[in-house]
Design a protein around this ligand. Sequence first.
Ligand code: OGA
Ligand code: MN
Length: 291
Amino acid sequence: MIAGQIGKSFAAEVYGIDLWQKLAPDDIQELKTILDRYPVAVVRHDTPLTDEEHISFSRLLGPVESKPVLTTSGSGKNRIPHFEIIDQSNLDETGGIYADDDRRLAFKRANRLWHTDMSFHSNRATWSLLSAHALPSDGGPPTEFANMRAAYKALPEDMKRKIGRLTAEHSYWYSRVAGGGPPATAEELASRPPARHPLVHERGGRKALYVASHASHIVEWPEEDGRALLDELMAFATQPQFIYAHQWQVGDVVIWDNLATMHRARPFDDRNQIRDVRRTTCREADPAEAS
Ligand code: OGA
Ligand code: MN
């Protein structure tokens, strides 16, 4: 297995790894070492992984959710018959492009805001694995990633001191509205209450800024002051020197560390062009055991 740095210093293309086959424990360890160094890792394939291959590979990295984590009112059936897969395409259950008024499409567009996956959950996402099945003919929009370790490191010392003990509240429904989606119904709100996390995530002696468009306010501060601080931190962390933009090819699997990066989707003509990308998400704790 070889990791070749691409773009900025926190992204790599990984060669010599076959996600189709069950990897040996030594290989998993090697991959985890690479992911520890490069929180965004790209593995290219000629043919997209099947959903089953995608799920079984993800399980080697960590526990994967296998139940829906929230309810979207009025949504139809799932296109993909595996709860482990989050369908990030613009396709409905018939395989056609979403109707204009489909709530799911409106909610999905909030992915265009900078975020980290599942910060709205107490059992956060660790790695996400996004697999490209079909793309617009020009490859479609890139997915952009921000290096939250580098961003933290670059913060002025007084800011580091200020945020060291602060906590943000994160809500899925907050970012849906911020992204232009409709307000959540009572049923939707109840299906996924907010979660609280420190603004600074520390692991193995390394610190990363942990913010996202899901963050609605700072628990310890008046709402407006907290909102202003979150805006400032989000703007700081998404400056060009911290960004890698991944240009997709069909068959790519991009693995990212949600506790060390933020990411966002970019706009495209989602009413006319098909973009079929599918995600699995590993979690800090086994969802079957965590609350
Ligand atoms: C995701 C996500 C961005 C994209 O799958 O979690 O935010 O470009 N995707 O599809
Ligand atoms: Mn995401």
